[in-house]
Write a protein that binds this ligand. Structure first.
Ligand SMILES: *[C@@H]1O[C@H](CO)[C@@H](O)[C@H](O)[C@H]1NC(C)=O
Ligand SMILES: *[C@@H]1O[C@H](CO)[C@@H](O)[C@H](O)[C@H]1NC(C)=O
Ligand SMILES: *[C@@H]1O[C@H](CO)[C@@H](O)[C@H](O)[C@H]1NC(C)=O
Ligand SMILES: *[C@@H]1O[C@H](CO)[C@@H](O)[C@H](O)[C@H]1NC(C)=O
Ligand SMILES: *[C@@H]1O[C@H](CO)[C@@H](O)[C@H](O)[C@H]1NC(C)=O
Ligand SMILES: *[C@@H]1O[C@H](CO)[C@@H](O)[C@H](O)[C@H]1NC(C)=O
Ligand SMILES: *[C@@H]1O[C@H](CO)[C@@H](O)[C@H](O)[C@H]1NC(C)=O
Ligand SMILES: *[C@@H]1O[C@H](CO)[C@@H](O)[C@H](O)[C@H]1NC(C)=O
Ligand SMILES: *[C@@H]1O[C@H](CO)[C@@H](O)[C@H](O)[C@H]1NC(C)=O
Length: 803
């Protein structure tokens, strides 16, 4: 035994540190006026000891705050002071909160996860051991919760067990492009303490994945518009998950073991939850809901698929402690598919409450074994530092000025040739490119987290009718595997012909031709960002809003043709935590001042086998998500917003030349078929009056001729008409737009151009939440579900839609 201990200690002493600790750091922030601004910080360089004895609070906080960063009261957001704060192995004792700043990635060594331990004397000026967003004296969060973008926490152990009283390990108001990955929470189980692993009360997120919670009054308390939470395990909490509020929430691969209550979603503010591929073991009450099955506008819509209950007496508890669904105190119960909420099949609402597997199709093509495929962002923790080829050491400047097209193309070609033994590392910086960056099969690419931006600009990206890719993954017809993470693709200035990401690669999954466990290719935290940041030339000074000028368009503010196109040649792609964003406001601006920037199309998918886990597509002119001739598509929790300026101008302006290649909707024809009598004539629509919602508005989701599409949670939102929110206040009716989700061709022209009809009966939508739209579902031109019949808590919710 003794020998073994020594051997293990020896092994850990000689093990190389995580590559991120070892590599040379050249990251820069070119649009920060301070040219010596440093992105990467190792807390040891700021005096942290990690010896479990020294108080490391001040040192860790210094590592985060150094360099005139974006701090409460002085700043609500900026992209110019990004930081990667690295924590090597060790135990870091803290006596007060670690205060997180804007645009910060806090990352531990995944090979020997550092422990952040609250000392018995821990005094929190705020909520969390790690404080994501402090409350100011005025009672508001310092970074507005819906403005907390681009941040990560990874590979840390949080230990609150020595702290008496009330504390949370992480306070995490959060929005798009944020994640917590691979963390462990050790929480007090003393009855007099109120410990919570993650406390989240607001925002518009987001992803949480690979987390383990041990103990606690609450493993987690979650409130947010919508979220995707995956691979979470809870041991011995009083309540594993307290759902404070939401419109929609997707839980996948959740294990709840030895807890008194699993998920308590009975609060009046909870709209819906979807729970997949999960298990409860030794839990007296698995789920508590506030849903009243006799009331179609009742909160708490719940969808369960592939959930196992072992020693669970009550699976679902309803209002007033009534048991709605019993389990088995000594045996095992299995749910292949259960829903409580409104069903449209395709007519409704029909109150549904019960197990009915006929509404749960579970195509095996999207599964690995018994569960839907899932794969976390690779961290390449077994790779040596020498495997990482720095872009800035390989001829790229990353300074936002130099043309890095040739350097990046050469680097990606070199790593692809290395047969997965090398990884291209994009040091923090802005890589200006004037032509397509080609990512060949075989390339592994990692950005310095969320601070590496590929910035397309110039003549090649200027023709609105001839789009040109900024990044092209695979040539059409190419096969192989690629992985990319933590990279942002953007444009600078007018770029009406920029197709930010064209994805052509087919990753063979056929066991005949490759090893059986060959995974899909993956894009984790690969985002598009169009306007609203320093260096984009699409900011407050360039693209002010013009709500009082009818149909004004500034061509200099057309920032892209399309965010992303997954072409028919592509297949077998896993995407996680991707945010395709046309800026609605300027991140650099203290007042979050709104801007009008145009990009035509969001995410067009024409491929087969695509997983979209925690993705969001916002403010594109014609559509956010569009599926044409696509098959085997898994989407869960998706989120969209319609552009705030619409209908001034209405869609399709400024993208008036309809592209059949991109299956642009035909708003003229669609609106002729619209039952609302609108003044839509030749693009000179008068602004909507209450009660006559505009029709020529971006689609949130449009599905044409596709098969095996599963949507596990969707939030399709339209908050504004011409920058006013009156149309999304339920008191006066939800009427920012007539329609937002279309399935099936609405016009003969579309049917012809989409080719085959596809078997839309294999499309299944669960927990669809809409805001500001009159019709929630438009099926082949007919409105099937109206907001008013399904209105819950600001959003309208339907549990199950079948074509
Ligand atoms: C610029 O950044 C460097 C490195 O963080 C810092 O030492 C220096 O004080 C900064 N200069 C100004 C003017 O803020
Ligand atoms: C789930 O998370 C654990 C760490 O908490 C990790 O070891 C495991 O690989 C993850 N599983 C999947 C499918 O990602
Ligand atoms: C669920 O949470 C509510 C507060 O929202 C609480 O009143 C109720 O007691 C909880 N139910 C259980 C079974 O813990
Ligand atoms: C149905 O639920 C809604 C809120 O979700 C509530 O306002 C309404 O009073 C309920 N109706 C009945 C008849 O209970
Ligand atoms: C690439 O590496 C794999 C093992 O990872 C090996 O089986 C294969 O032969 C290599 N291919 C080439 C072209 O070197
Ligand atoms: C932005 O905020 C600052 C600080 O509160 C204020 O002085 C300024 O007038 C605001 N600008 C606009 C355009 O609202
Ligand atoms: C709009 O109407 C004008 C005048 O009737 C016509 O010249 C123009 O071609 C029309 N534009 C479109 C896009 O239909
Ligand atoms: C929005 O509503 C407010 C209060 O009901 C009203 O004063 C205002 O004129 C409305 N604005 C628009 C653009 O309809
Ligand atoms: C749809 O995909 C099938 C093959 O899956 C192809 O034969 C057909 O041409 C495609 N249709 C369109 C309109 O792209």
């Amino acid at each position: 035994m003794k020998v073994l201990t020594i051997l293990l200690a020896g092994a850990s002493a000689t093990r190389a540190a995580f590559w991120m600790e070892e590599i040379r750091h050249h990251g820069i922030s070119p649009f920060n006026p301070n040219k010596s601004y440093t992105v990467f910080r190792n807390v040891r360089d700021f005096g942290a000891k990690g010896d479990g004895v020294t108080d490391d609070t001040a040192a860790i906080n210094a590592a985060i705050s150094s360099g005139n960063r974006c701090i409460a009261y002085e700043c609500v957001g900026t992209t110019t002071t990004p930081a990667v704060v690295y924590i090597p192995a060790g135990t870091y004792l803290i006596s007060s909160s670690i205060i997180n700043y804007y645009y910060t990635q806090i990352i531990g060594d995944p090979n020997d996860m550092p422990v952040i331990k609250g000392s018995p004397a821990f005094k929190s000026p705020t909520i969390g051991l790690l404080e994501g967003d402090k409350y100011m004296d005025n009672g508001r969060l310092s970074f507005v919760s819906t403005n907390v973008f681009y941040r990560q926490v990874r590979n840390l152990v949080f230990d609150t067990t020595d702290i008496p009283g009330e504390v949370a390990a992480i306070h995490w108001p959060s929005s798009q492009a944020t994640s917590i990955q691979n963390c462990v929470f050790h929480l007090s189980t003393r009855p007099e303490d109120t410990h919570t692993g993650i406390f989240m009360e607001e925002g518009s997120g987001g992803l949480l994945t690979d987390l383990t919670f041990v103990g606690g009054k609450y493993g987690a308390q979650f409130g947010n518009q919508q979220y995707t939470t995956r691979n979470l395990t809870f041991f011995g909490a009083e309540t594993a998950i307290m759902q404070i509020w939401n419109w929609g929430w997707t839980y996948k691969s959740i294990s709840i073991i030895n807890c008194q209550v699993g998920i308590n979603m009975s609060s009046e503010s909870v709209g819906s939850a979807t729970l997949l591929d999960s298990q409860f073991i030794n839990v007296p009450v698995a789920v508590v809901t506030g849903h009243d099955p006799s009331n179609s506008t009742s909160r708490g819509s719940l969808v369960l698929e592939n959930v196992m209950y072992t020693h669970v007496p009550v699976v679902l508890q309803g209002l007033h402690g009534r048991s709605l669904l019993l389990g088995d105190p000594v045996g095992v119960v299995y749910d292949g598919g259960y829903a409580t909420g409104n069903l449209y099949a395709p007519h409704g609402p029909t109150p549904m409450q019960g197990r009915d597997e006929s509404y749960f199709r579970k195509p095996s093509t999207l599964k690995l074994g018994y569960v839907y495929y899932e794969r976390s962002k690779p961290q390449y923790e077994s790779y040596p530092a020498s495997a990482f080829l720095s872009a800035r050491e390989h001829g790229a400047a990353g300074d936002g000025v130099t043309d890095d097209t040739a350097a990046l193309n050469a680097l990606f070609k070199a790593v692809a040739a290395a047969n997965f033994s090398a990884v291209a590392f994009l040091d923090a910086g802005y890589y200006l490119v004037t032509d397509t960056i080609y990512v060949p099969a075989g390339a592994l690419i990692v950005g310095e987290p969320l601070a590496a931006v590929i910035l397309g600009t110039g003549a090649k990206f200027s023709d609105m009718n001839n789009p040109h890719p900024v990044v092209m993954v695979g040539m059409p017809g190419e096969t192989g595997l690629t992985e990319m993470s933590d990279v942002i693709v953007s444009t600078k200035g007018a770029a009406a012909g920029a197709l930010l990401i064209q994805y052509n690669l087919n990753t063979p999954a056929d066991p005949e031709t490759c090893s059986e466990d060959l995974p899909p290719s993956g894009l984790w935290d690969v985002h598009t960002r169009i306007g609203g940041f320093a260096g984009s030339d699409l900011q407050v000074a360039h693209c002010p809003i013009t709500p009082h000028v009818p149909n004004h368009i500034d061509a200099a503010c057309i920032g892209a043709h399309t965010s992303m196109h997954i072409t028919p040649s592509a297949g077998n792609l896993y995407m996680e935590n991707n945010w395709l964003w046309v800026a609605d406001h300027d991140i650099e601006d203290f007042n979050m001042t709104r801007i009008t920037v145009y990009a035509g199309r969001g995410l067009l998918i024409e491929a087969s086998r695509v997983w979209l886990v925690a993705t969001s597509v916002e403010h594109h002119t014609l559509y956010q998500y569009q599926l044409v001739n696509a098959s085997d598509i898994w989407m869960g929790q998706i989120q969209t917003e319609t552009p705030y300026y619409q209908p001034n101008p209405p869609a399709p302006f400024p993208f008036t030349d309809r592209s059949e290649v991109y299956y642009d909707p035909d708003f003229d024809k669609d609106c002729l078929h619209n039952p609302y009598n609108l003044d839509y004539h030749n693009g000179t629509q008068t602004l909507a009056l209450a009660g006559s919602p505009p029709c020529a508005m971006a689609w949130g989701l449009r599905i044409l001729s596709s098969e095996n599409v599963l949507v596990f949670g969707a939030g399709l939102y339209s908050f504004f008409n011409n920058y006013a929110t009156n149309c999304s206040q339920a008191t006066t009716g939800e009427n920012c737009q007539a329609r937002i989700f279309s399935i099936g061709a609405t016009t003969e022209g579309e049917m012809a151009s989409a080719g085959k009809v596809g078997d839309l009966s294999t499309v299944q939508i669960y927990n669809l939440n809409t805001i500001g739209t009159v019709s929630m579902v438009t099926r082949q031109g007919s409105d099937m579900a109206m907001w008013v019949d399904n209105f819950v808590n600001f959003a309208s919710t339907l549990a199950v839609f079948r074509f």
